[in-house]
Design a protein around this ligand. Structure first.
Ligand SMILES: [Fe+2]
Length: 527
């Protein structure tokens, strides 16, 4: 596998073409040959909501590989019966992009719910429901966001998605580890197909496996999603173009850049995101010939109520400090590299972008959706420190720069959401974490996994770690689930929801804890 620059160029052209509405005669799509299986078995999804538009996604699936293109028709309507069509169009599904489509719909009304579907010949997709963002500057009474991460297939079922679906969020914020690249797990609840995920075909198959799940499909069909990724969408603990924890055995994948490009392409093919993510890399095509870039960091406004900032902590980061085999607990006193000021978690260009985006934000709440725990979590009780070098704790200078930006721009009510650790952590974001009396300048909710198990080492240590790191006010590692955050102009209420048993498809769910933050107060209260 070798990264091919000319293939990449072709792919970018196709991505732009397949996101655009085609103006073909109706006969072009209706002449499609009769199909012998449901091409819409992976369901539908929507995302990237704007005040006047949204992305509608599906990916055609066939029993045998198809080398030809297909033209689909899409419709978006005010009602579920599709009697009042708001917009319709046609879009192409091409084999080079796995027959995925990302129809970018425009001309919708702000702050409205819609229904949508695709048609291919006689086949009609399931109906999805989506919504637009409020108009710029609009006063918005309420925004309800479900946040979630880490849905390792072998570790459990997706009852959590079914319960979030019942909570009727406006948006899902997915914070990373949509798939895992492993060939399986010990004590697997359900098997994955295929072995190690290495090639474009492997990644496509792993995403298709996940999208075969009825609960996950239903959540995608219920509201728009905003997404970022973490490491397992490519490989455990990778950093930029460094392969990270080299499993499978190093040497079997000679070109990590090619593997990463394949993984990014498959992620694009399966997520309801804009084609511009693929075509507008930060450095542009010419400046990064060594690897395909997918620009997923973005800012999304929700009227005057909230601005959401989605960050990418994987693609542009420097290598972990004092690296052994990927992520590890390090003693900062023994690792001078750890504190080097130039080391970056987001990369210099994304840091500049974020600084600018925070400065521009007019939202009353500023939501930062990123991969992992933001505040420091010293894992060594008493004197001395041990930090996990793969998260923000491995990049202290980069964290300080973000804290400085929040203060310099007087960012209004920052709220961080994260995932990755498979544990629930709730805490205050401090101007200076090394001082106990330092002011809180924001709040943080790091969520547990949908299904991924907590590490054995973290399981019994939540109380000890809370005592050692008092900027956190709540921490627990025993539950799988999701979070629900409801924003109003006056307050944020966050509810931590846990499933009773992630190894059961029919698991119930209950509320673990609830917290409130009032605008202008930067203090989390348990309610
Ligand atoms: Fe994870």
């Amino acid at each position: 596998m070798k990264f091919d620059f000319s293939d990449r160029r072709q792919l970018l052209k196709l991505a732009a073409a397949t996101a655009t509405t085609l103006w073909l005669p109706r006969s072009a799509w209706s002449r499609t040959a009769r199909l012998h299986s449901d091409p819409f078995a992976l369901g539908v999804a929507s995302g990237a909501p704007l005040p006047d538009g949204v992305v509608l996604w599906t990916r055609l699936l066939f029993p045998e590989p198809q080398a030809r293109e297909f033209t689909l028709r899409w419709e978006i309507a005010h009602d579920e019966a599709f009697t009042r069509i708001a917009r319709s169009g046609q879009v192409q599904a091409v084999p080079a992009l796995g027959h995925a489509v990302h129809a970018e719909v425009q001309g919708l009304e702000p702050d409205r719910w819609y229904f949508y579907r695709f048609m291919l010949g006689e086949a009609v997709s399931p109906v999805g429901r989506t919504r637009t963002a409020p108009a710029p500057g609009a006063e918005v009474a309420r925004l309800r966001v479900g946040y979630a991460s880490c849905q390792r297939w072998e570790h459990g079922y997706y009852a959590a998605w079914r319960h979030l679906h019942a909570d009727a969020p406006d948006l899902v914020l997915f914070l990373g580890d949509y798939i895992y690249e492993y060939p399986g797990a010990q004590n697997a609840v359900r098997p994955v197909s295929g072995g190690w995920v290495l090639t474009l075909d492997d990644y496509r198959a792993r995403y298709a496996l996940h999208r075969s799940d009825a609960d996950l499909q239903a959540m995608h069909a219920a509201c728009p999603w905003l997404l970022t990724w973490d490491d397992h969408e490519v490989q455990n603990d990778y950093a930029g173009l460094h392969a990270g924890n080299g499993m499978p055995v190093l040497g079997t994948v000679p070109d990590f850049a090619a593997r990463r490009a394949a993984a990014y392409q498959a992620w694009y093919e399966h997520m309801p995101v804009r084609a511009s993510m693929l075509t507008q890399g930060l450095g542009g095509l010419q400046q990064r010939p060594q690897g395909a870039e997918l620009r997923i960091h973005q800012q999304v406004a929700w009227g005057r109520l909230a601005t959401l900032h989605l960050l990418d902590g994987r693609q542009y980061r420097d290598r972990q400090a004092c690296l052994k085999d990927g992520g590890s607990l390090i003693d900062p006193a023994q690792c001078p590299e750890w504190a080097e000021p130039q080391r970056s978690y987001l990369g210099a260009a994304q840091e500049r972008w974020l600084d600018d985006a925070l400065g521009r934000s007019a939202g009353r709440w500023n939501v930062v959706g990123q991969q992992t725990l933001f505040g420091p979590r010293d894992a060594r009780p008493g004197p001395g420190q041990r930090f996990w070098n793969d998260g923000w704790d491995g990049y202290p200078a980069a964290r300080t720069r973000l804290l400085d930006a929040l203060q310099r721009h007087r960012v209004s009510n920052p709220v961080f959401f994260g995932g990755d650790v498979h544990e629930n952590w709730v805490g205050h974001v401090k101007a200076d974490y090394s001082r106990a009396d330092s002011a809180a300048i924001g709040v943080e909710f790091c969520g547990t996994g949908i299904s991924s198990r907590a590490s054995a080492s973290g399981m019994g240590r939540a109380a000890e770690r809370l005592a050692e790191n008092p900027h956190f006010i709540y921490g627990e590692a025993r539950h799988r689930g999701y979070g629900l955050a409801e924003f109003t102009p006056q307050r944020l209420r966050t509810t931590l929801r846990a499933v009773e048993d992630a190894t059961r498809l029919d698991s119930g769910a209950y509320t673990l804890a609830q917290f409130e933050v009032h605008t202008g107060h930067t203090r989390i209260e348990r309610v």
